[in-house]
Design a protein around this ligand. Structure first.
Ligand code: PLP
Length: 404
């Protein structure tokens, strides 16, 4: 009997996905920062050290640490000169920030459809969405799966638009031998607690282009050039020194943490093979990419089930699978923010006089297809091969109860 109906759960002790435990060395470094009294990046060494490590890890010239992944995107878009009257194409099947950062820059997000095999933006749909207003494309590497960068770079050349890689979910992933986040014109990262490396909150912007890096640094710190002289509209998007310590040591630990993610996912995917193509499909990486597994996305064959997807998720939780959730249940254009279009108030940026157009948010069939059937497992380095076995067991148990 399913645990949700009073049966015995697969796991008595539920699976909990947690970030890596910090070592004594990290605790000591934090104590040293506190004792030194130097808590800000301007005066300290840790944020700078982290930026150097991140730039060298990615193989790019410039990396700027910021407060989180959302402001990283805002900073990247503003560094590229995106503003009123511009359109930015992105995916509706992502976390809100990939699109709301465009609104923060006072530009209009335009959604293109996704590819069912990767759940990432479909280059053909992006091409259709490009207009003479398009300034940039925010390409999200969803769940750790690299997007088709070669094709986006071709579109960038053909239409004179810039590529922002939203790498919030994909640090460590590779596309044709290159680390994602080093391929587009500017890339952004999040170090939120569920991400590949974490400083609790945190983010970064990376680029090879000195002019974008210079603008990003100004945007991050009030546009200040010289003491109390302000060159452009900036913000306070800085990372603190304590976050810098955490991010620095986490990045050092990344390869080892990735090994543990990979080991969990390998077993999970093997165990799920009997269901594959029948009751589920799992988007698998193509041979020329390396997936970094922020999430394992499982697409349910909902037509073959007697219960809705949300029941399956609740039933899995009841079986003790604590890292199951839905990313993402609603394509962004269907959420009230994009339906009501209040934006900054008075309807901007959609009604901005510089825009002079009316964007329509039409249903995108593949995004809707994915949103109604996806079930997500958060992958973290603490998860074990036994956790993978139990998870597959719970999925088999639940699906065999609800299949037609
Ligand atoms: C794809 C994507 N972009 C941007 C963000 C925003 O990052 P943050 O939460 O650090 O602001 C997130 C996640 O949290 C994300 O998943």
């Amino acid at each position: 009997m399913l645990a949700i109906n009073g049966g015995k759960p697969v796991r008595e002790t539920p699976i909990v996905a947690r970030p890596a435990v910090y070592s004594e060395e990290v605790l000591q470094a934090i104590a040293d920062v506190l004792k030194s009294g130097i808590l800000t990046a301007q005066h300290g060494k840790w944020v700078k050290a982290f930026e150097n490590e991140l730039a060298s890890y990615l193989g790019v010239r410039h990396a700027m640490a910021v407060a989180n992944g959302t402001v990283a995107l805002h900073t990247a878009l503003k560094a590229l000169g995106v503003g009123p009257g511009d359109e930015v194409v992105t995916t509706p099947f992502t976390f809100a920030a990939s699109a709301t950062a465009v609104l923060h820059a006072n530009a209009v997000p335009v959604f293109a459809d996704i590819d069912r095999e990767t759940l990432n933006l479909d280059p053909a749909s992006v091409e259709e969405a490009i207009t003479d207003r398009t300034k940039a494309i925010v390409v999200v590497h969803l769940a750790g799966m690299p997007a088709e960068m070669d094709q986006f770079l071709k579109l960038a050349d053909r239409y004179g638009v810039k590529i922002v890689e939203d790498t919030a979910q994909a640090l460590g992933a590779e596309y044709r031998g290159r680390r994602v986040g080093s391929i587009g014109h500017v890339s952004t990262f999040s170090f939120y607690a569920t991400k590949h490396i974490t400083s609790g909150e945190g983010g970064a912007v990376a680029t090879d282009v000195a002019a974008y890096a210079e603008r990003a640094k100004l945007i991050r710190a009030h546009g200040e050039v010289g003491k109390y002289s302000y060159e452009l509209l900036g913000y306070n998007y800085r990372m603190s020194e304590i976050q810098g310590v955490l991010a620095y040591y986490q990045l050092k630990q990344l390869p080892e943490m990735q090994k543990r993610r990979d080991a969990y996912v390998k077993v999970l995917l093997e165990e799920l093979l009997p269901l594959e193509g029948d009751l589920i499909t799992v988007p698998r990486p193509k041979p020329y990419v390396k997936h970094s597994w922020h999430l394992v996305q499982i697409l349910l064959a909902i037509e073959k089930l007697t219960k809705p997807r949300d029941f399956v998720v609740e039933a899995l939780r009841a079986e003790g699978i604590g890292n199951v959730f839905v990313a993402y249940p609603t394509p962004l254009y269907k959420t009230p923010l994009f339906q009501k279009r209040e934006g900054h108030g008075l309807g901007c940026p959609w009604t901005c006089p510089y825009y002079k157009r009316k964007v329509e948010y039409k249903p995108l069939p593949n995004a809707e297809w994915a949103a109604e059937r996806v079930v997500s497992l958060l992958v973290m380095p603490n998860l074990t091969e036994q956790d993978a076995i139990d998870t597959a067991k719970a999925i088999k148990k639940v699906l065999s109860e609800v299949k037609r």
